[in-house]
Design a protein. Structure first.
Length: 119
């Protein structure tokens, strides 16, 4: 019987069971498939509560996304409007405005909740 994960011992046991289920060829809509899905949901919930991943710094998120998209700082200047503004933002001297956040969200697809954080 599957039960909620309440401690690290149960968490480790659930991970082992998930690993074992992933090693076999299970068919969709089978008992094993359902068990794998339920265990995965329980593990995800336990991890979200006990091992939360902090949101990235907005400036680091911008730099990372630019690197992923192979964009130059010139490209960022075009998004933000001015070359000096880009430099001030990347150095942390100027904060992102709402208009900038909207453009970065739209063009770089960085979630707004990351961009609006204090830094």
């Amino acid at each position: 019987m599957i039960v909620p994960i309440k401690n690290n011992e149960q968490y480790e046991a659930a991970l082992e069971k998930i690993y074992a289920l992933m090693q076999i060829n299970i068919s969709v809509d089978s008992k094993d498939s359902d068990e794998l899905e339920v265990l995965s949901i329980l593990v995800k919930d336990y991890e979200n509560v006990n091992f939360p991943v902090p949101k990235p710094n907005p400036l680091e998120a911008i730099k990372f996304r630019m690197e992923q998209m192979e964009m130059s700082e010139k490209d960022l200047s075009e998004i933000l409007g001015y070359r000096s503004r880009k430099s001030e933002i990347l150095s942390g001297k100027r904060k992102l405005s709402l208009a900038m956040i909207r453009k970065l969200n739209e063009i770089l697809h960085i979630p707004a909740d990351i961009l609006i954080q204090a830094y």
